[in-house]
Design a protein around this ligand. Structure first.
Ligand SMILES: Nc1ncnc2c1ncn2[C@@H]1O[C@H](COP(=O)(O)OP(=O)(O)OP(=O)(O)O)[C@@H](O)[C@H]1O
Ligand SMILES: [Mg+2]
Length: 279
């Protein structure tokens, strides 16, 4: 299945009249990792919310082989995993395992398959040990990883993350980077964390005023001080782009090197009491 994104002249105006997207043209190919950069209010989040049909603008938008529209929303949500900036927007069940199981259950998978998905997704973000805990008891970094697991459990073709490193301490940020570097999916990452973009993404796109104003190899975009300055972006003082080591792409499935997935039986034990409700 393709997981490319083709936006053509995508335009969106909020109900209050504010024009957030003014003709976005963006083409992301299968397997690419793209950092979406830009100043506050550029339209990055608005664009991302279009990718799984949470918002629908005018112009053309094809995602993962589907033309985005009312008829395709259900299928689109199974193909596109959107991780919101605030994990609390994503986590609402009594336990982590139930939150991660929620999407796969809604896909209609049987209990054994769901338990397998939960174990695999929590293993990928190294959060197997919190399966039985309540999300609200976790730290921000832990909640963010669990939020990513809820999306990975759906086996999305395209992973879209909005400010994944916001408000993480340096260690939590590094661990998140380790986790994301192991995810083998087409990835679109909105971030103000330019070093994270440099390590993770081969391509960077700058959005400003609801339009794409820069697009190219991440190193080239980040090395262009004038371009960055024009759009209120800057690398941290002393950051040496030449020393960045781009994370190698994983050869296999989303799993940490040497990482251990919880056993399906273990994850399943947390699911036994789950109500089989649907959203
Ligand atoms: N619910 C809303 N109603 C009206 N206007 C909105 C709404 N949400 C966002 N906007 C406006 O749309 C524009 C784009 O906002 P958006 O949240 O997409 O920016 P962003 O690039 O994600 O910014 P940030 O870096 O601050 O997250 C801004 O001008 C913003 O004020
Ligand atoms: Mg935003």
């Amino acid at each position: 299945m393709t997981c490319a994104v083709h936006a053509r002249e995508l335009t969106y105006r909020y109900p209050d009249g504010r024009q957030a997207l003014r003709g976005v043209d963006l083409h992301v190919e299968h397997g690419e990792r793209v950092a979406l950069l830009g100043p506050n209010g550029a339209g990055k989040t608005t664009f991302m919310l279009h990718l799984n049909g949470l918002m629908t603008g005018t112009g053309g938008l094809e995602v993962a082989g589907l033309e985005v529209g009312r008829d395709t929303v259900h299928e689109l949500r199974a193909r596109v995993g959107l991780v919101f900036q605030d994990p609390d927007d994503q986590l609402f069940m009594p336990t982590v395992a139930e939150d991660v199981a929620f999407g796969p259950l809604n896909l209609g998978l049987d209990r054994a398959a769901v338990a397998e998905r939960v174990a695999e997704a929590l293993g990928a973000v190294r959060m197997e040990h919190v399966a039985g805990r309540a999300p609200y008891q976790l730290s921000m970094g832990e909640r963010r990883r669990v939020a990513i697991a809820t999306v990975l459990a759906m086996h999305p073709a395209l992973l879209v993350l909005d400010e994944p490193s916001a408000s993480l301490d340096p260690r939590a940020r590094r661990e998140l980077l380790d986790v994301l570097a192991e995810v083998e999916r087409t990835m679109l990452v909105t971030t103000h964390d330019l070093p994270l973009a440099a390590e993770l993404c081969e391509r960077a796109v700058i959005l400003a005023g609801g339009r794409v104003v820069g697009d190219g190899p991440c190193e080239a975009i980040l090395a262009d001080r004038a371009l960055l300055a024009a759009y209120d972006l800057e690398l941290p003082a002393g950051f040496d782009l030449a020393r960045v080591e781009r994370r190698a792409r994983p050869g296999g499935v989303a799993r940490p090197p040497g990482g251990r997935a919880a056993s399906p039986a273990q994850a399943g034990s947390y699911l036994n009491e789950m109500p089989s409700r649907t959203r």
